[in-house]
Design a protein around this ligand. Structure first.
Ligand SMILES: C[S@@+](CC[C@H](N)C(=O)[O-])C[C@H]1O[C@@H](n2cnc3c(N)ncnc32)[C@H](O)[C@@H]1O
Length: 282
């Protein structure tokens, strides 16, 4: 025990890091050890557990599966913001959405996915951008899927409540059009929420949908995965996108590996699905 809390032995660190990798693909290197301790010490206190030995026992016991979800919530980095990397939303509004919206008005469905949505700011930025281009979206088949591995984040995203501070990057005219003031800050309007769906989803697990997407945002999540997991994810995105569909990734991420053949570079961290068949991996 230290003044900051119980100590995490090498064996316990490797066990917990192994479970995190198995469940999420997130790599916890030795450099992340103090971060892990800082976050898990809070969890130990919440559970009134004396040390990491007891915590590891909990992970092995009947509470294990539920605890592993808490472990992921504790370890994921959920930093996000409205209109983060705004050039993506500018390109979406200017170049990508107008032809898609035209087709959607003629009866084609439109599907966008915020694939690591955290507390929802990215998904609502997509929704605001779409509604500004597609004012009559409600009378057509347009949906935005917002998913994250962290159930607490998915709940927050679904609530659609944002503090005044969080809303600062949103243009005041857009705030007026798509949100209403509430005591805690702002709440997303019902018409915007009506075209959004929220779900817990592990990018390395099953994806319970068969249709393809026109646009996928997966930003600042793959950076936490190792190279094989990242490359597998790019391949799955290639298979999940319509030809001509767009993939936006985070500023420090690059699309690499066999999936690169399936994409053309459009702009910084923006790729377009081409007609190249998705390579099989074995
Ligand atoms: C730093 S946030 C990025 C949020 C948003 N995409 C953005 O760029 O502002 C990373 C998010 O990825 C999620 N995440 C991490 N591993 C994941 C996985 N295996 N499947 C789905 N989401 C994951 C985390 O829970 C976290 O909310």
């Amino acid at each position: 025990m230290t003044s900051a809390g119980p100590l995490l032995s090498d064996v316990q660190f490797r066990k917990i890091a192994g479970l995190v990798y198995e469940d999420s693909g997130i790599i916890l290197t030795e450099a992340k050890r103090s971060l892990l301790m800082a976050r898990l010490n809070r969890r130990l206190r919440a559970l009134s557990l004396p040390d990491y030995g007891a915590y590891c026992q909990r992970l092995d016991g009947t509470e294990g599966p539920a605890e592993r979800r808490h472990l992921l919530s504790a370890i994921t980095t959920n930093v996000t913001a409205f209109f983060r990397e705004n050039h993506h939303f500018q390109s979406l509004a200017r170049d990508i959405l107008p032809p898609m919206v035209e087709q959607a008005r003629r009866g084609r469905k439109l599907r966008l996915w915020s694939a690591a949505c955290s507390s929802g700011e990215e998904a609502y930025s997509i929704a605001v951008t779409l509604l500004d281009v597609f004012t009559d979206a409600a009378s057509h088949d347009a949906l935005i899927l917002a998913t994250d591995i962290d159930p607490e984040m998915v709940d927050r995203a679904e609530r659609g409540l944002f503090s005044e501070e969080a809303m600062k990057p949103v243009d005041p005219a857009q705030v007026k059009r798509h949100f209403q003031p509430v005591p805690a800050g702002y709440e997303a309007n019902a018409d915007m929420r009506g075209m959004m769906r929220f779900a817990e989803l592990n990018l390395h697990g099953d994806w319970p949908f068969s249709g393809r997407f026109d646009v996928i945002f997966c930003r600042n999540a793959a950076i936490y995965f190792d190279s094989p997991a990242r490359r597998r994810l790019w391949l799955r995105f290639a298979a999940a996108l319509e030809p001509g569909g767009s993939l936006y990734i985070g500023h420090s991420e690059r699309l690499d590996g066999p999936a690169s053949a399936c994409f053309d570079v459009v702009g910084t961290t923006h790729y377009r699905r081409n007609l190249h068949p998705v390579p099989t991996t074995s």
